[in-house]
Design a protein around this ligand. Structure first.
Ligand code: S3P
Length: 187
């Protein structure tokens, strides 16, 4: 089946939001934006919504109010976004580690786990740590490895799993996701 036929199939059958999950630095925002554009859907990054609602950066929220406060805001934002209809949403890497947030995602969306190796994540996150206070430490590599080992069994509950290496083409990843979304909708 041609890519355009897959897109047309998804557009006529999609009845819930598509939510991207996975570690920071795997490319959820870039892939989410491209996926939304391929499907002519709105795209929203939940971290951007939290920052807009709080009027301060993710790093400032963590520093001034702590991670649990950030997770509460993240839950409220994701709940609201899921109530607002079909769209593509990319979530922060820790969102599904809040059980209530994860349940909302498992029950109401097509969930997509974007995966990449730790080396690739390090390359992508090297220059953008303002949004990632968890990496503002001596050994981001160790932090990432620990987080991934705690999180991967939760991530693996997503409906769809796709790889997005640092050197791989976003188009290949998008095509992989589109084919797998069609597979989920056909079930
Ligand atoms: C976090 C990931 C970040 C952001 C916050 C916490 C995490 O989002 O939500 O720094 O716990 O993994 P990205 O995954 O978009 O980088």
């Amino acid at each position: 089946m041609q890519k355009q036929d897959v897109i047309d199939y998804i557009k006529s059958h999609l009845d819930r939001p598509i939510v991207l999950i996975g570690m920071m630095g795997v490319g959820k925002t870039k892939i989410g934006r491209d996926l939304a554009s391929a499907l002519s859907l709105p795209f929203i990054d939940s971290d951007d919504e939290i920052v807009a609602a709080a009027g301060m950066s993710v790093a400032d929220i963590f520093e001034r109010f702590g991670e649990p406060h950030f997770r509460d805001g993240e839950h409220r934002v994701i709940k609201r976004l899921l109530e607002e209809g079909v769209k593509v949403i990319s979530t922060g890497g820790g969102a599904v580690m809040t059980p209530d947030t994860a349940d909302l995602i498992w029950q109401n969306t097509i969930s997509v786990w974007i995966k990449a190796d730790i080396e690739d994540i390090l390359k992508r996150t090297m220059h953008n740590r303002e949004k990632r206070p968890l990496l503002m430490q001596d050994s981001p590599e160790k932090v990432l490895k620990d987080l991934l080992s705690k999180r991967q069994s939760t991530y693996s509950r997503a409906n769809i799993h796709v790889g997005n290496g640092f050197d791989s083409s976003p188009d290949t990843c998008i095509e992989d996701i589109l084919n797998k979304i069609k597979g989920v909708l056909e079930k």
